[in-house]
Write a protein that binds this ligand. Structure first.
Ligand code: SF4
Length: 450
């Protein structure tokens, strides 16, 4: 990470500086914010984290934005659920005590889901360290593509602010951007004095009405998402001055590739954006490599950068907090007490399917429906979930938790990875504790070790 803007507005230039600086801020977090009638909130429900959402406090808060993801996220019911052990209601103290007992006995605990805020993620990393556990996010497969890219080749990335203020060409690769981030175009709309952004969509769903008013008319090229790497490689060839190898590439006529190559080379600042979740997962790594080669080529003569969309369900937050605490991106294990990164062995799906864990702790604070598919021979499940639905049958220990940005404040990382936002909460009376509080309580009941 190169830079970070904290809630106090200070920019830090390296990861090393972060823990010490942010720790005091995080430790000051109150579990619950005071109730406010209506306020401007930072929305926690996708990694765009719009900071201008007006929300009225209520049992079921309603935002003024029409963003369907935000409306659904804020407006869900907060059920009066009790903690449970084997389906029987128990007190919070009993549930935490039982969870600590199970964790103390487990030999290979797996902490997954990890859809929480920075304080929740800090608490779960501590717990994994104490219990020799493995950490992986619910969307670990998708996140691995981007973290491998960073490790294996590096990439030139940009931020939303740069895109808004400086870019004059946006190329969306295999995504419409708005399905996962409905207000994407609204948020990158530039003030009048800046150059209008022109954008091209290569593959992905047809454009929706939400994009209007973003700049000049869009140009859409219909190509299957599994051909995007091939098209990117053809564009790189053209930028290097080589002829195209065929008359049709990725289903597109050579004339369209030529035209797009010209647009890219004439742009002052082109941004290529993709969403790994929309790419075929078996090819995603190679495709993203091809996009990055194209960006690198652009930088020989003009300016280009990439923007990886996605990162919902606290994925960016989990990744960043894990990296600063362990020195590795996610799929970290503390099985030998020292943090070890293994993108294959620490895959939560593989561990469950292969019987490599004897206890699963699943955390999902934004969406109670984000649950793991369990194999027939599944280990016991400790579920910390948003109380928007009852726990699934078979949950061994269930603990309902509050949602950051609704009941309690929290810190979250935006999709461009350089901004940590503060979401205030205080939108309805709290019925359940924050994930960080529950995890710390469980940790406090673990037996002391040397
Ligand atoms: S685009 Fe994302 S962050 Fe913005 S309001 Fe919608 S869900 Fe929230």
């Amino acid at each position: 990470m190169l830079a970070m803007i904290t809630p106090s507005g200070i920019t830090y230039s390296s990861c090393q500086q972060l823990p010490g600086v942010v720790r005091p801020v995080l430790s000051e977090i109150q579990e619950y914010a005071p109730l406010m009638p209506e306020q401007t909130q930072t929305c926690p429900f996708c990694a765009l984290h719009c900071d201008d959402v007006r929300v009225r406090a209520a049992a079921r808060p309603r935002p003024t934005t029409r963003c369907p993801i935000a409306v659904d996220g804020y407006h869900r019911a907060n059920l009066q659920l009790k903690p449970q052990v084997d389906g029987q209601p128990v007190s919070m103290a009993t549930a935490c005590r039982q969870a600590a007992r199970l964790l103390a006995r487990a030999r290979h605990p797996l902490y997954a889901g990890l859809a929480t805020d920075a304080a929740g993620m800090r608490a779960v990393v501590r717990l994994a360290e104490r219990t020799g556990g493995v950490l992986d996010h619910a969307n670990g497969d998708i996140m691995q593509v981007q973290s491998r890219l960073l490790k294996e080749r590096g990439w030139i990335s940009t931020t939303l602010g740069e895109l808004r203020r400086r870019a004059d060409l946006l190329v969306l690769l295999g995504t419409d951007a708005v399905s996962a981030h409905p207000r994407f175009f609204e948020r990158i709309r530039a003030p009048q004095q800046h150059p209008q952004l022109e954008w091209v969509q290569l593959g992905g769903k047809p454009p929706g009405r939400t994009r209007q008013g973003t700049g000049r008319r869009a140009w859409r090229l219909d190509c299957p998402n599994d051909a995007l790497g091939e098209v990117a490689r053809a564009l790189t060839l053209r930028l290097r001055g080589h002829p195209l190898p065929a008359r049709r590439i990725g289903g597109l006529p050579a004339s369209s590739i030529e035209r797009l190559a010209r647009k890219l080379s004439r742009a002052h600042y082109a941004v290529l954006a993709w969403e790994v979740a929309r790419l075929p997962i078996t090819q995603a790594a190679l495709q993203v490599h091809a996009f990055c080669d194209l960006i690198q080529e652009l930088n020989q003569t003009t300016r280009g950068a990439g923007l990886a969309l996605g990162g919902g369900q606290g994925a960016g937050t989990a990744q960043t907090v894990c990296t600063w605490l362990s020195g590795h991106p996610l799929r970290v294990g503390y099985t030998r007490r020292q943090p070890q990164s293994d993108p294959v062995r620490h895959d939560w799906r593989r561990m469950l399917a292969g019987g490599d864990t004897d206890l699963l702790v699943w955390i999902t604070a934004f969406d109670g429906g984000l649950l793991p598919e369990l194999p027939r021979q599944a280990p016991p499940l400790i579920l910390l979930a948003r109380a928007d639905r009852p726990p699934p049958p078979g949950t061994h220990i269930y603990i309902p938790i509050a949602t950051p940005g609704i009941e309690h404040p929290g810190h979250l990382f935006r999709l461009d990875g350089v901004v940590v936002v503060h979401t205030r909460g205080g939108l309805r009376p709290a019925r359940h504790p924050a994930a960080a509080g529950v995890l710390s309580r469980i940790e406090a009941q673990l037996p002391q070790t040397d």
